[in-house]
Ligand binder design. Structure first.
Ligand SMILES: Cc1ncc(COP(=O)(O)O)c(C=O)c1O
Length: 391
C-alpha cells in the first residue's frame, strides 16, 4: 500500500525537482535586487527577463505584455479592478461588465465588490453540465458592456469553457463598436492541459499561477494585450511596467519560468492522466447513488467531481485522509467554510447534495497503483459512513 496519496492537484501541485533546482541560486548567491545597476542586480534582472521570454513564448505574445504578480488572485484583481478603473476614467458614463456564476472567488469577489460600488454586473449562469454557453454571453452583452471575464477551466468541476468561441464572438462585436469590450480569462486550471495561445483565444487579459503547474506558491502572471487600458492597483516604485510595484520575487519568477518550460515538456503525459481519470469515473459511478458533476466530455483530463448521496463530503475527506489519501470537497479555498459550493449550486444541485461532493484531481506524479488503492478504499469508506450517517 502506498503511504501518502495526493489527489488534490487542483488545490496545489508539488514543486517539481527541476523547478526547485532552478530557483535555488536565487535564494542563495544570486540575491541582488533586479533594480540595482550593479552586477548583483543585473544577474537577477536577466533571470526575470528570461522567464518573461518563456511566458511570452508559451502564450504567443510579446514580452512587454507579461506582468508578474504575487499570485493569480492578485493578477485577477489587477485585470478586473485595473481595467475597470482605467475605463471609468476614460468613459465617464455608467457601464456594464459581465462574468459567470462559476468563477473562482478571486474573480467573483472583485465583481461583487464593483457591483457594491455601483457598477452594473451580470453573472451569467452555466448550463446543467457546468458550461457557460457562448449564446448566453451573447444574450448578456449590452450596448454599454465594456469588460467580460470567463474562466478557462473550472477549479471545482473541471469543466472547460468555450473561450475561443467567446473570444471570436467578442471580436466580431467589437468590429461594429466605438467602445471595445475587453475580454479576460482566468486560465489558472487550464495551463497544464489546454492551449493557452492568446492570439487563438482572442483574449485581452489572461491569468496564470505558478503553484498549479508544479512551481512555487505566491507567484502569478497576467498577460495584458498591448493597448488595453489598465491602471495599477498597487502603487510604489513602478516595477513591472508601473503595473505591479514591489521588488520582484526573483526565485519565484524563475520557478514560474521553469514550470512553464516543463508544462510544454510534459504535454505528452495528458493521455495517461486522462485514462486514470476515466478509470476513476467508471469505478466511482458504480457506488450506488453516486453522480458525476459537470460535463463528462468537456472537462479537464485530471478532474473528477462526484456527489455521493448519504455522506458528508467533509467526513469523506477526513476518513480518506486517515487512509493516507488526500482529496478535497469543492475548492480548496472554500473547503474550510461549510457553505455549499457556489459552482455546484449554479449547476442545479440542492444545498444538501452539494455537501456530499468530492473532488479528486490527478497530476504528473499520480500512478496507477495509487488510483487502484484509492478505488479499493473509497467504496468501503462510503459504506462505513453511510451506516452511521443521519441522512
Ligand atoms: C481558477 C482559479 N483562479 C484563481 C486561483 C487563485 O490562485 P492563487 O492561489 O495563485 O492566488 C485559483 C486557486 O485555487 C484557481 O483555481
Amino acid at each position: 500500500m502506498p503511504k501518502q496519496i495526493y489527489l488534490d492537484y487542483a488545490a496545489t501541485t508539488p514543486i517539481d525537482e527541476e523547478v526547485l533546482e532552478a530557483m535555488m541560486p536565487y535564494l542563495k548567491k544570486d540575491f541582488g535586487n533586479p533594480s540595482s545597476l550593479h552586477h548583483f542586480g543585473q544577474i537577477t534582472r536577466v533571470a526575470i527577463d528570461q522567464t518573461r521570454k518563456k511566458a511570452a513564448r508559451f502564450l504567443n505574445c510579446s514580452e512587454s505584455e507579461i506582468v508578474f504578480c504575487g499570485s493569480a488572485t492578485e493578477a485577477n484583481s489587477l485585470a478586473i479592478f485595473g481595467v475597470v478603473k482605467a475605463l471609468q476614467k476614460k468613459i465617464k458614463k455608467p457601464f456594464h461588465i459581465i462574468t459567470t456564476k462559476i468563477e473562482h472567488h478571486a474573480v467573483l469577489h472583485p465583481f461583487e465588490e464593483l457591483e457594491k460600488q455601483g457598477v452594473e454586473v451580470s453573472f451569467v449562469a452555466p448550463n446543467k453540465i457546468g458550461i457557460v454557453e457562448t449564446k448566453e454571453i451573447k444574450k448578456a452583452i449590452k450596448d454599454n458592456t465594456v469588460f467580460i471575464s470567463v474562466m478557462y477551466a473550472n477549479n471545482e468541476i473541471g469543466t472547460v469553457q468555450p473561450i475561443e468561441e467567446i473570444g471570436k464572438l467578442i471580436s466580431q462585436i467589437n468590429k461594429n463598436r466605438k467602445q471595445k469590450i475587453y475580454f479576460h480569462t482566468d486560465a489558472v486550471q487550464a495551463v497544464n492541459y489546454l492551449d493557452c495561445d492568446v492570439q487563438k483565444l482572442k483574449v485581452d487579459l489572461l491569468t496564470l499561477s505558478a503553484h498549479k503547474i508544479y512551481g512555487p506558491k505566491g507567484v502569478g502572471a497576467l498577460f495584458i494585450k498591448k493597448g488595453t487600458p489598465i491602471e495599477p492597483i498597487i502603487y510604489g516604485g513602478g516595477h513591472e511596467f508601473g503595473l505591479r510595484s514591489g521588488t520582484e520575487n526573483v526565485a519565484g519568477i524563475v520557478g514560474l519560468g521553469k514550470a512553464i518550460e516543463l508544462v510544454e515538456k510534459h504535454k505528452g503525459d495528458t493521455e495517461r492522466i486522462k485514462n486514470l481519470r476515466d478509470k476513476i469515473i467508471e469505478e466511482v459511478l458504480k457506488i450506488p447513488n453516486a453522480k458525476l458533476n459537470g460535463s463528462r466530455e468537456n472537462r479537464l483530463p485530471n478532474n473528477v467531481n462526484v456527489s455521493i448521496s448519504g455522506v458528508e463530503g467533509e467526513s469523506l475527506v477526513i476518513a480518506l485522509d486517515q487512509e493516507g489519501i488526500a482529496v478535497s470537497t469543492g475548492s480548496a479555498c472554500s473547503s474550510h467554510e461549510l457553505k455549499p459550493s457556489h459552482v455546484l449550486l449554479a449547476i442545479g444541485l440542492s444545498p444538501k447534495s452539494t455537501h456530499g461532493s468530492l473532488r479528486i484531481t490527478l497530476g504528473r506524479f499520480t500512478t496507477e497503483d495509487e488510483i487502484d488503492y484509492f478505488l479499493k478504499v473509497l467504496p468501503k469508506v462510503v459504506k462505513r459512513l453511510r451506516e452511521i450517517s443521519p441522512f
